[in-house]
Design a protein around this ligand. Structure first.
Ligand code: SF4
Length: 328
């Protein structure tokens, strides 16, 4: 590990001033960043600890929730309003990592965790455009069972590792940001980038910009929502494919639906095509399957991960069927 300084930010202004310095990184729970520093993938000059800034969950009058970025994952997943009104989020968080890691990890840090592509971590033996831009990507023709089937590029086929973020994408969350010029918001689905020719640029955050909170808009039918994660072992494993979904029925017809996928792309993948294909259609297994196939028509599997296309179609169909049964 390289030498670095550590300071605990006193407030958001202090964090911004320090976080805007060259080589500075914000530190949340450290459950990914510290690993990356130990592996010498990340080598910040200074760490600005922002865990003392905002860890409140505000239930607002308009029915939305405003979640401070330093809120621990465990606190968010166990919050009464989250469990009752956004169960997909509680389930996604508890599907991730281990209890010990969830106790440490923050909401802001979870959003900014980096891919677990094994070639990304192998800085002595593998080429990786994300770690060393322009170097090449050994995953494209290598062992790529865990890699992307949607939205990838010849430069990078990595997947985003978060479960929580898949639920946030489905729920239409909004990210609250602060920078030297003031504050702004960003749709959560716009926070992360697809790799294109620059996989090293993972988000649309400006240098030194601080995530202060994430907002969950009021979405009454999200009370009927769930998360399913398909993985190689039943705990402490990243998703091969995951599905976050909420379903609103009008009789036997789909009135509204939210679907997002994990384990398939460089960012949490909002399944806009599947949603469009379902609204106004009968809530049947055939319609669920057709919607899934509409989304996955653009899939471009690699040598080792063609199975993910069918796995994702089946997972979407099964989750929507489960949500329909909940309302029967
Ligand atoms: Fe690096 Fe992306 Fe290729 Fe993995 S898939 S080796 S992260 S460039």
């Amino acid at each position: 590990m390289n030498p670095f300084t550590y300071v605990r930010a006193q407030d958001a202004g202090d964090a911004l001033q320090r976080g805007g310095q060259p080589g500075a990184k914000y530190l949340g729970g450290g459950t990914n960043l510290v690993d990356l520093m130990r592996e010498t993938i990340e080598h910040p000059v200074s760490l600005v600890d922002v865990t003392g800034l905002s860890c409140e969950i505000d239930e607002r009058d308009d029915g939305s929730l405003l979640i401070g970025s330093a809120t621990r994952n465990t606190a968010l997943a166990s919050h009464t309003a989250v469990r009752a009104r956004y169960p997909v989020l509680a389930r996604a968080i508890t599907a991730g990592a281990s209890a010990q890691i969830r106790n440490m990890a923050t909401v802001g840090g979870n959003m900014l965790q980096r891919t677990r592509c094994a070639y990304f971590y192998d800085d002595e033996g593998s080429r990786c455009n994300k770690r060393s831009p322009g170097q090449g990507c050994d995953a494209v023709d290598g062992f790529n069972r865990y890699h992307a089937i949607l939205g990838a590029s010849a430069s990078c086929v990595a997947t985003h590792p978060s479960d929580m973020c898949v639920a946030l994408a489905a729920l239409g969350a909004v990210v609250h940001l602060r920078n030297a010029r003031g504050e702004r918001t960003l749709a959560f689905t716009d926070l992360h980038r697809l790799p294109e020719d620059h996989p090293e640029a993972e988000t649309l955050l400006e240098p030194g910009e601080l995530i202060t909170a994430v907002e969950l808009p009021a979405l009454p039918f999200a009370a009927r929502s769930t998360y399913r994660k398909v993985r190689d072992r039943s705990s402490y494993a990243f998703a091969l494919v995951s599905v976050a979904a909420a379903l609103e029925l009008d009789g036997d017809t789909v009135k509204d639906v939210r679907i997002a996928l994990g384990g398939v792309a460089h960012k949490p993948w909002r399944a806009w095509k599947a949603e469009d294909a379902l609204r106004g259609k009968p809530a049947s297994a055939e319609a669920f399957r057709a919607a899934a196939q509409a989304e996955l028509a653009a899939a471009q599997p690699l040598r080792d991960n063609a199975f993910k296309v069918e796995l994702a179609a089946r997972a979407i169909t099964a989750v929507l069927g489960e949500l329909k049964e909940m309302q029967a």
